[in-house]
Structure formats: structure tokens, C-alpha cells
Write a protein that binds this ligand. Structure first.
Ligand SMILES: [Zn+2]
Length: 217
């Protein structure tokens, strides 16, 4: 998929995902003008078991379309734009040198079967390279099959994710500062449950960075 997209890029200019005009930033799909208008998120307080949290953009309008396209419609060539934004959010918020390892929130099995990829792991692997941190690819596992979080109210979300994650190798996280990566943060209950599992396994601190922050109004 990505290879074909890259081949096409050589033949035709890439068009901006938002305004449709050609983009001259190598490997990127958002033009400089639109980048200036993207609703980036300002740092806010962490929550639950997460010690500190950062998100790159608000999950609304064009960014919602782009993130959903990446998550559900195989538009994985958007990754480099997204990782740019996440890297900026992470660097603004955290002492990167203090991070020992990067861990992705595991996706549901049905998502992986339907899509063939875990969008959070794609983001986490690329972000870890940018930040020059170790990516622990298989640190967390999904052991349960919760209902889709998006269909539930906040209190139900907390219950729904309980017991659905497990740490595969506690020795890899013990005493460490972990940067937990996911695509979208809504109430934070999924991130919090992952953070709890990591801490139960001995992790010292868990920080999170997400591509998008869904703000309920
Ligand atoms: Zn544009």
C-alpha cells in the first residue's frame, strides 16, 4: 500500500489532505498553510494512572477525518505527518532523555484482522525512532475483548477495559519510565488501564502521548 503510494508520489505531486493543493514537503500530506491552522492541543494535566499526558491535535474537523482515515481506511501514508505532530507534543511536554522505552496500546484482535495493522504500533515505532528511544513492540498484550469504547459512557469505559491488558515481560518495564502511545485519547480510561498494568509490573512512571485528543462538549 505505502510502496505504491510512494511510487505514485514520484509521478504526480502529492495533494494536501486538507485543502487539496500540491504539497512540496517531502513525504508529507499536509501543506504548510494548513499545518498552521491545525488545532494542536496545549498541554493539560494527566489523569488516572497516567503520570503525565500529551496529545498533538484536537480530534475535530479535518484532523478527525485524517485520523479516522489512518485508523479505519488504510491511509497509513499519513504516518509521517502524524509523527511530526506527536514528536512536537512529546518534546514540548516531556524530558525525552528520561524516557526509557516506548510502548503502544495494543489494538483489538478484530481490528487487527480487519485492518491488518495496529495503528498505535505504527505511530509508536516511528515516534520511538524520532526520539531515539527503545520501542518495546510486544510489551503489552490484549487478553480480553471489550466492547468498543466509543459506544460507552465514561463510567462504563473504565469498567469495560478492566482486565483486558497484560504485560508480557515485566523485566522489560521494571523501574522504567514508559512513554505509552495511542491514536486517540477520549476519557483516558484505556491509557489508564494500560498504565496500571505497567505499574503493577513494576514500571516507575508512565507518560502518554496520543495523536488526537477527543474533547467532549
Ligand atoms: Zn493544505
Amino acid at each position: 500500500m505505502t510502496i505504491w503510494r510512494r511510487a505514485l508520489d514520484l509521478l504526480w505531486p502529492r495533494n494536501c489532505e486538507i485543502c487539496g493543493r500540491p504539497v512540496d514537503r517531502e513525504g508529507r500530506y499536509v501543506c504548510a498553510d494548513c499545518l498552521n491552522r491545525i488545532p494542536f492541543v496545549r498541554p493539560e494535566d494527566g489523569m488516572y494512572e497516567i503520570d503525565d499526558a500529551a496529545s498533538a491535535v484536537r480530534f475535530e474537523c479535518e484532523t478527525r477525518e485524517m485520523v479516522n482515515g489512518f485508523k479505519f481506511r488504510d491511509r497509513i501514508w499519513l504516518r509521517d505527518d502524524f509523527v511530526d505532530w506527536m514528536e512536537a507534543a512529546a518534546r514540548a511536554r516531556f524530558d525525552i532523555a528520561a524516557i526509557d522505552a516506548v510502548v503502544a496500546v495494543p489494538t483489538t484482535l478484530s481490528h487487527r484482522i480487519n485492518r491488518g495493522y495496529n495503528q498505535s504500533a505504527l505511530l509508536a515505532a516511528a515516534l520511538a525512532r524520532r526520539l531515539d528511544r527503545v520501542f518495546l513492540k510486544r510489551a503489552l498484550a490484549r487478553i480480553g475483548h471489550p466492547k468498543r469504547q466509543s459506544s460507552l459512557a465514561e463510567a462504563e469505559r473504565v469498567e469495560n477495559v478492566k482486565g483486558t491488558f497484560a504485560v508480557r515481560e515485566p523485566s522489560l518495564v521494571r523501574g522504567r519510565t514508559i512513554l505509552l502511545v495511542d491514536d486517540i485519547m477520549t476519557t483516558g480510561s484505556t491509557l489508564s488501564e494500560c498504565a496500571k498494568m505497567l505499574k503493577d509490573a513494576g514500571a516507575w512512571r508512565v507518560w502518554s502521548v496520543t495523536l488526537a485528543r477527543s474533547v467532549r462538549t
